[in-house]
Design a protein around this ligand. Structure first.
Ligand SMILES: NC(=O)c1ccc[n+]([C@@H]2O[C@H](COP(=O)([O-])OP(=O)(O)OC[C@H]3O[C@@H](n4cnc5c(N)ncnc54)[C@H](O)[C@@H]3O)[C@@H](O)[C@H]2O)c1
Length: 368
């Protein structure tokens, strides 16, 4: 059970389940939660699709947990939600290219399973649910900053699935079950399971591997970014958020106004921080349909103690240091195992994973 502090609305969760903990963001979130909640019971739940994609670490990140469940959120192992105070729901199809290739699975996992998981968590007595949503729900939105009041215009299966999940979660939220949907900016930074299919990570990888940053679009689109450690700080805040502080359901842009960048600016900053690097635009580059500037005022107002702290230069240095630890030098990194779609396609190609993104052969749930 969580601890209620007399006179305070907030519940301090002591049993927390983090789904999707074995991906890119998960290990950073778990490390942060372990550091700031030494006595909490932390459990993870993941299919383990990217369990083998460790980067620059000599220790399994899951060692920080009290319990690891191997299972699918579409049929969460019954014991996994028992006695849980809060669920941090990261599990899911995590970008547009995967969403396009595995569209049915994207809606199934990101939308339907999210709502079912939240319903089960609520029935089991959980008090809070934190959902990893995305600023991509705003789609093409170049005019002004998008706030939570702005119209959404999701362009892809991925973005649509996140928005549908938010709508279902809003119906479940009430005074005793606070749901926070963190509409995250695009992540960047080092992790024990680094992804290079994210714009800043990709640029820093290019700078290291080939001393060149190739822009896939014309460089004009706007994109808000956030460092993974700052995502973890926001999640830590949302875990204890009570319904009285922002509403039973809260969709919240999560990032900082100063981290709205044009893609070209990001490339130029990487070239400034990593010496001897050229920036080039691919000849067949098309304008990117995904462009949005986002306002994060509400997040500043509600969570003043949990605001992003990492600077862009620090983020670039962090990724650079991580790549150096890995001995990274692969010029073909854009089709390597550091790209999530590639890993899933390989697993499917070898018959280990189905088109529905499930382990073939009815994998058993295992608790570790
Ligand atoms: N990385 C970003 O820029 C970003 C931005 C906004 C939101 N998000 C969201 O944050 C979450 C985590 O992102 P990430 O970058 O760590 O992605 P990731 O792909 O690295 O990790 C996702 C994890 O979910 C697991 N998973 C997938 N389907 C599952 C299922 N059916 N059951 C159980 N586990 C399953 C995978 O095995 C993986 O460990 C995702 O929901 C993503 O949409 C990410």
């Amino acid at each position: 059970m969580g601890i209620r502090h007399p006179g305070l609305e907030a519940l301090v969760a002591v049993r927390i389940l983090v789904t999707g903990n074995m991906g890119y963001i998960g290990p950073v979130v778990v490390e942060h939660l372990r550091a700031v909640r030494a006595d909490a019971h932390l459990a993870g739940l993941d299919t383990g699709f990217f369990a083998h994609c460790l980067t620059g670490t000599s220790q399994l990140p899951e060692r920080r947990l009290d319990c690891q469940w191997f299972g699918d959120v579409r049929h969460a192992p019954s014991g996994s939600l028992e006695g849980v105070d809060s669920v941090v729901h990261l599990a899911g199809v995590s970008n547009d290219p995967i969403g396009t290739t595995y569209e049915d699975a994207t809606f199934d996992v990101n939308h339907r399973a999210t709502i079912e998981l939240a319903r089960t968590a609520k029935d089991a007595g959980a008090r809070t649910f934190v959902f990893a949503s995305s600023c991509s729900v705003y789609g093409l939105a170049e005019e002004g900053l998008r706030t939570e009041e702005s119209e959404t215009a999701p362009l892809t299966a991925y973005a649509k699935s996140k928005l549908l999940a938010e709508e279902g979660l809003a119906d479940l939220a009430d005074d005793s079950f606070a749901v926070t949907s963190l509409r995250f900016a695009t992540a960047c930074g080092m992790s024990d399971r680094l992804r290079l299919d994210l714009v800043l990570n990709d640029f820093v990888a290019g700078a290291h591997a080939i001393r060149e940053i190739t822009l896939l679009s014309d460089g004009t689109p706007w994109r808000p970014l956030i460092h993974v450690r700052d995502m973890a700080r926001a999640i830590d805040w949302a875990i204890d958020r009570a319904a009285g502080h922002g509403g039973a359901f809260l969709a919240l842009n999560t990032g900082s106004d100063g981290w709205n960048y044009q893609i070209r600016q990001l490339a130029e900053e990487v070239a400034r921080v990593v010496p001897g690097v050229e920036v080039s635009v691919r000849e067949d580059a098309a304008p990117d349909a995904r462009s949005y500037k986002v306002g994060f005022g509400r997040f500043r107002e509600l969570a003043p103690e949990h605001q992003p702290q990492v600077s862009l230069a620090e983020a670039i240095e962090d990724i650079s240091a991580g790549l150096e630890r890995m001995g990274f030098s692969d010029p073909g990194f854009r089709s390597s195992a550091l790209v999530r779609l590639r890993v899933l396609n390989d697993l499917r190609g070898s018959g280990l994973v189905t088109d529905e993104l499930e382990w073939a052969g009815a994998a058993e749930t295992v608790r570790g």
